[in-house]
Design a protein around this ligand. Structure first.
Ligand code: AP5
Ligand code: MG
Length: 274
């Protein structure tokens, strides 16, 4: 695979049912376009659960039940991450410890707060340099989250991945993850080189707590409830690309093609015989 450079900052969102392949497509996009980085809302939440932060402890029961965590919680987490990575900057120069994702002991319960006023009043700036390109995997997933994000940093492409649910459920039962990095494997589709071990670090792979067929059905239900208003929001803004297919291998070339057209530096054609 030839890698391609970006001509401007891409700020892209991947939307789709649980297990549709958002993480898989993110990894592929980052290999093809190395200037891209990613944030997965699910991975960030799972990190907080593993580290037993107050936010993680609150999120855990929602995640295990297949429900969404509150908008305020996920927004704080994402804004903190975007700031830490330097992709947005609060131009009022408020120290971003205010939004720390690993909330200190005694921090007020996140359920009880609405969007933190520090986020509401802050004015964010962002760069259009290709280095400031990112993929958000799994955020926003409600129209409200999308509106809040738009006030912080405007997204310039939204990819909705559409695969029939009966195909997805089989994958979930075979998924293994490298929890620290979020790398995903599947015992039939993309098995690790050594069974049970991450290809890059050799560390053990684990199963996700919410990869149980009953929980997956709940996750699908909450996805269906929220997805239509979310897609309508982005369709109205003229940002939506829907890609359909039964496998990631059908979907990847469609995303690469459209993404490359919008953000890639054109690759010079090789002239035959030269
Ligand atoms: P999150 O971690 O985002 O889970 P999800 O949306 O349910 O999506 P998944 O990560 O399960 O699937 P994926 O689309 O990334 O698929 P993957 O590439 O792994 O969120 C978890 C929870 O956190 C939520 O339920 C919620 O509680 C909370 N949360 C997160 N964001 C939130 C937000 N914004 N607001 C509120 N709450 C939030 O692929 C799946 C499997 O299939 C893998 O094993 C892969 O190898 C395999 N695979 C991929 N393609 C193929 C193929 N073509 N053929 C066979 N197998 C394939
Ligand atoms: Mg994922």
């Amino acid at each position: 695979m030839t890698v391609q450079k970006l001509s401007r900052a891409a700020r892209i969102i991947l939307v789709g049912a649980p297990g549709v392949g958002k993480g898989t497509q993110t990894e592929r996009l980052m290999k093809k376009f190395p200037e891209l980085s990613s944030i997965s809302s699910g991975d960030l939440l799972r990190k907080n659960v593993r580290e037993r932060t107050p936010l993680g402890i609150q999120a855990e029961s929602k995640m295990k039940a297949g429900a969404l965590v509150p908008d305020s919680m996920i927004l704080r987490l994402i804004v903190n991450e975007l700031s830490t990575l330097g992709w947005i900057r609060d131009s009022t120069l408020r120290p971003y410890a205010v939004y720390s994702s690993s909330f200190a002991e005694g921090d007020m319960t996140v359920d009880s707060v609405s969007i933190p006023s520090s986020i509401k009043t802050a004015k964010y700036t962002y760069s259009d340099h290709p280095d400031a390109s990112f993929i958000l995997d799994g955020f926003p997933r409600t129209a409200n989250q999308a509106v809040q994000l738009n006030d912080i940093v405007p997204i310039n492409m939204v990819v909705s991945i559409d695969t029939p649910a009966e195909i997805i459920i089989d994958r979930i039962c075979n998924r293994w993850v490298h929890a620290p990095s979020g790398r995903v494997y599947n015992t039939t589709f993309n098995p690790p080189k050594v069974e049970g071990k991450d290809d890059i670090t050799g560390e053990p792979l684990t199963r996700r707590a919410d990869d149980d067929p009953e929980v997956w059905k709940q996750r699908l239900k909450s996805f269906k409830e929220n997805n239509e208003p979310l897609l309508e929001h982005y369709d109205r803004a003229g940002l939506l690309l829907t890609v359909s297919g039964k496998s990631s291998d059908e979907i990847t070339p469609q995303i690469f093609n459209e993404f490359g057209k919008r953000f890639g530096v054109p690759v010079p054609e090789v002239i035959g015989g030269l």
